[in-house]
Design a binder for this molecule. Sequence first.
Ligand code: ZN
Ligand code: ZN
Length: 604
Amino acid sequence: MIRTLVQPTHVLIPPRNHQQIPEFNLQSKEQECLSLLKRCKNMEEFKQAHARVLKWGLFWESFCASNLVATCALSAWGSMAYACSIFRRICEPGTFEFNTMIRGHVKDMNSEEALLVYADMLERGIEPDNFTFPALLKACALLRALEEGMQIHGHILKLGLRDDIYVQNSLINLYGKCKKIELSYAVFENMDQKSVSSWSAIIAANASSGLWCECLMLFCDMNNDGFWRPEESVLVNVVCACTHLGALHLGRCAHGSLLRNISSLNVIVQTSLINMYAKCGAVQEAASLFKKTADKNQLSYSTAISGLAMHGQGREALELFSEMLSEGLKPDDVIYVGILSACSQCGLVDEGLQFFEQMKSEYGVEPTIKHYGCMVDLLGRAGLLIEAYDLIKNMPMKPNDVVWRSLLGACKVHQNLEIGEIVANELLKSNSKNPGDYMLLSYMYARTGRWEDVSRVRTELVEKGIYQAPGFSSVEVQRKIYRFFAQDMKHPHDDGICDMIHQMEWQLKFEGYVPDTSQVLLNVQEEEKRQRLRGHSQKLAIAFALLNSSRGSPIRITRNLRMCSDCHTYTKYISLIYEREITVRDRNRFHHFRDGTCSCNDYW
Ligand code: ZN
Ligand code: ZN
């Protein structure tokens, strides 16, 4: 038996020790072995090749053994179990073989095994190299194993591999996935040389921590640094950031860049674009992009369905759903969340109840708390408060805050203090830190003139140290975003906002608008209530946009809190008087105001 006792390295091992095997030309046999392995297309062919290599007595030649393991572990058709069995027979595996095994396990998403192979490698005294770490760090990133990752970072420093760009990129990625963004930056900023992948890694790290503004700023820095080579992974994160920030203009630019630079967008990219357009208020663009998507899958359908639902286009959402079924795609739990919320947004109670029944009986999708939440929302919005309350009491799981909160919102809209108080107490009992719960309850008390209860709830809010984030509205004017807070009449961009508000109100009154002072939760005089209403952030944003944008151009507003019904009525009138299309996105949905009506048909 022929054995070479060479220490394999990470490169393919050149044939050695020819003189030991004079009976045939080793080099040509090695070449034959390599080309045999290259031709393998499946495990069957691979096993035959393996048998040939054994027959030639070449397995103990490390070049052949290494290539056998690598082919079996890293090919798309390969088998890690089989690769392991070959690996175990190698007497003295070296760095190359260990690296192969680590990479193979990571490819199979078997990160724990990869870490075990690394431990084995260290135990046997085999020194890792720069090819070991990218795969190993990826395994840690997949496991979110920060501690192990930091230990490995220590080994990297010890081995003097800190300047290897692939290792650095993998470290940025690992710390990003573990939400240790400051550690990602520490690596990124110490790099002598950055590649597109380094920028991509730091942008992705910010994205996994939800730091969307930072993503866009880094994207600009990257362009300024001259590292601009449009790469799908970077652009996808940029599209995702735009989705979260409602930055339609930049989102469109990213879309353009994708179209110019990537020959065919895959379904994942297409879906993230559909999501971006829908969440940025451009539902038409989302719909037409969806139509153009080839090979639609469940995810693209569910994105389009929830997009339509958000915009109050429930009927269209249901049509898509039947289209999906007719294409033979099976609905999953995510799609049912979209469908049920479409029914809920549009008041389709009977349809909603039917779908809720059907999901389990026909498609075997077990309803989760999210589905129950949608049903409570559906019944609550329709004013079926008792039915909604009964549903919560009979749920197979413990109701969470979200479920209670949606019923509380419904109690507010339908002015049912009796159930409202029960629900609010459930929420406060669960130690809710959500100021909105207290506000809703105090609103209901204020509505019925129970001012003592109002101040009791308010005091509780202060005593528990719960902070109510101030309401604001942002508006995009000439590609810039301006933010307005309620009652903030001294805005830096104030020029004439106050005058504009007065002018608007004068015209509104002429059309028959009466301020709904019941929306003000203060026990103060009517005139002061009117003054408070006037200062709602949405109105300031509209006044600013009317002053600073060209006639007839659409106005897009994003709010952090739900809009009050007075702002809703007010905006309807404005869209009629000033002939503007106004889109408002609040936490849950979009309102499209046009010609004095809203797309929600006042059902929200
Ligand atoms: Zn308002
Ligand atoms: Zn509306």
